[in-house]
Design a protein around this ligand. Structure first.
Ligand code: SF4
Ligand code: SF4
Length: 371
């Protein structure tokens, strides 16, 4: 069972404390963009009780459950402290058990469990896709670089630029021969039974390699390996750093410094990295870029994760467009999540517009780095 009955009851009791203030709806990118209250988090959580009873949801109720990127803005906004994200995860877990989840969600989940990446692409050679001859890697190092699926399979230049910075500052990590998807998609979709086994297997594999520190460019890998695996299995014997933290350590130590650049950079924050939001601002400013804020009180998600993009491409695209529109006037839109970049590049491509260039922060920093 993905979520045990006791926890289901606990989550149900939280719903009874809802103040019906709709603070969550004002923050939810899917409610805002569709202007449809049926998709507000307040309505999303009301689907739990009928699902616990095994009832079939209305089409709107069903879409409410899956029109969610699990960005966390609703949890942050809720004055009653309701764990809206956990309720949605539980609803999705029940729908999976009832064999009623969207086909694309089942398909992607199957890809991750069998091919170890969301696309179902061959995984054995994934390091060959991003490792170049000029990179310095140390196969025996206890520090590993984990690129992440959307870099290895779609945006290898992020790994190239990241490794240029790390190598220039004296860091020569190892690659992970059996690197695989962290599994966030499965967690977001409530496949917790599968994830408990997956987290155990991958944690034990990484530990057996003697890895003590993982540096990753992917916010999902950072969050999932760094915190979620502990809840699903146990605390791993390695620490996980997002590469932004490493850049900051190198900058503070005087090992990473910049030639002053010019231009305005709009910054698209990565939802899972709330604790690190100051770092990209400090580094971009240190490199001479003027930072244009596109978030208000809360980050407005790119709209892609957790199955929103494959299941609802138009609405997911409309959510992503908000970031592009808010970036108008800047020279570049910077991200530090390869899935944000992948999604925003795809929107521009589908509209046949060149639009604002979307660059990972590594690419901007490597241009500015003093050699
Ligand atoms: S997690 Fe994000 S997308 Fe999902 S309901 Fe909350 S605010 Fe909306
Ligand atoms: S923010 Fe919390 S209390 Fe307010 S409507 Fe949403 S779930 Fe209910």
């Amino acid at each position: 069972m993905n979520v045990d009955k006791e926890r289901q009851q606990m989550l149900l009791s939280q719903i009874a404390t809802c103040l019906q203030c709709n603070d969550c709806g004002a923050m939810c990118p899917f409610s805002v963009v569709t202007e449809n209250d049926a998709y507000s988090p307040q309505n999303k959580i009301l689907q739990l009780e009928p699902l616990m009873k095994g009832e079939v949801l209305s089409p709107e109720g069903y879409d409410a459950v899956y029109l969610c990127s699990r960005c966390g803005a609703c949890n942050d906004a809720c004055p009653a402290g309701i764990d809206i994200m956990a309720i949605i995860q539980c609803e999705r877990g029940l729908l999976q058990e009832q064999e009623r989840e969207p086909q694309k969600t089942t398909h992607i989940s199957h890809n991750i469990l069998t091919a170890y990446n969301p696309k179902g692409a061959p995984n054995d050679n994934r390091n060959d896709l991003w490792i170049t001859e000029d990179m310095v890697l140390s196969p025996d190092s206890t520090t590993a670089y984990m690129a992440g699926c959307w870099i290895a399979l779609k945006n290898v230049s992020i790994a190239h630029d990241t490794m240029k910075i790390l190598n220039a500052c004296g860091i020569t990590p190892r690659a992970i021969e059996g690197e695989r998807c962290c599994g966030l998609f499965l967690i977001d979709n409530g496949h917790l039974d599968d994830m408990r086994a997956y987290a155990k297997e991958y944690t034990e594999y990484l530990e057996a390699m003697g890895i003590k520190t993982i540096i990753t460019s992917c916010p999902a890998c950072y969050k999932v390996l760094g915190t979620e695996y502990e809840a699903l299995f146990r605390k791993p014997a390695f620490e996980v750093k997002h590469v932004l933290q490493v850049y900051k350590e190198l900058y503070d130590a005087g090992k990473l410094s910049f030639e002053p650049q010019s231009g305005t950079v709009a910054l698209r924050d990565a939802c899972p990295l709330k604790d690190l939001f100051d770092i990209p601002r400090e580094l971009l400013a240190a490199a001479g870029y003027e930072v244009k804020e596109i978030k208000n009180e809360h980050v407005f998600c790119c709209g892609a994760p957790a199955g929103a993009k494959p299941n609802y491409p138009e609405i997911s695209g409309a959510v992503g467009k908000v970031s592009l529109e808010r970036s108008q006037g800047a020279d570049t839109l910077a991200t530090y999540c390869s899935f944000c970049k992948h999604h925003l590049d795809g929107i521009k491509e589908s509209e046949g517009e060149e639009g604002i260039p979307v660059e990972d922060i590594a690419s901007l920093l490597v241009k500015a780095m003093k050699r």
